[in-house]
Design a binder for this molecule. Structure first.
Ligand SMILES: O=C(O)CCC(=O)C(=O)O
Length: 221
């Protein structure tokens, strides 16, 4: 397995683009400075486990099609979503999530209390550039993304300065971790693609500020 990571500037004439090709189970630090730390681990789990989790979640989660306001009109969210509370654990929690949460917390010391799921049905599904809402996540804790199914490219772009972009292909079984500061200084996105791609599921583990009447708490139950 080869990991494909590309660093580029939005000013291609000013900054050379470099292509890093790394091999199996090599954890990669994509950025680590005062604007935060982002790491990519291609192998949280092997292919067989990633396939088993994908099948279980694809068929076992009650996937929801959501709508949201964009300017003055309501549009479809271009992917299906699901949410589960980890703490206290949701009654209908798929075993794959329990297993994934255990492996993620073996690697990252954080009291993850929710997992948000995204199902990208094909290359038309995407998530637009955004950062996590700072009023929803607890300060100081990272966001951990586990990828299953088809490989999709994540684009991370600095909000200021060189607006440098990092592109990383998120492979099945991988773990991608962004610390809290990166949500202030970068956006992240999974852009649409014309390439023929299969379905992908991502699991986003977060430490949310939960109260029994918060939207996050209600949507995760
Ligand atoms: O699917 C992914 O890997 C990214 C998901 C994401 O950005 C989000 O849930 O906010």
């Amino acid at each position: 397995m080869r990991t494909n990571i590309r660093f580029e500037s939005v000013y291609p004439d000013r900054t050379a683009m470099s292509q890093l090709t790394l091999f199996d189970s090599r954890d990669t630090v994509l950025t680590d400075d005062e604007r935060g730390r982002i790491t990519y681990s291609p192998r949280l789990v092997g292919a067989a486990t990633a396939e088993r989790w994908f099948s279980e979640l694809r068929s076992g989660v009650n996937w929801r099609a959501e709508r949201r306001m964009m300017y003055d009109r309501e549009v479809d969210v271009p992917r299906l979503t699901g949410h589960f509370l980890l703490e206290p654990p949701a009654e209908n929690m798929p075993p794959a999530i329990v297993e994934a949460a255990r492996l993620v917390t073996d690697r990252i010391v954080a009291p993850f209390n929710t997992v948000g799921l995204n199902l990208y049905r094909d290359g038309r599904d995407s998530v637009a550039p955004h950062n996590d809402h700072l009023d929803e996540i607890r300060e100081g804790f990272p966001i951990a993304l586990v990828s299953l199914g088809a490989t999709r490219r994540m684009t991370i772009r600095a909000k200021a300065g060189s607006r440098r972009a990092i592109h990383v292909d998120l492979e099945a079984g991988s773990l991608f971790v962004m610390d809290y500061a990166t949500q202030i200084h970068y956006t992240h996105a999974v852009p649409k693609t014309d390439e023929p791609v299969g379905e992908r599921i991502s699991l986003a583990f977060r430490v949310k500020r939960l109260t029994s009447n918060s939207a996050s708490y209600r949507s995760a139950r």
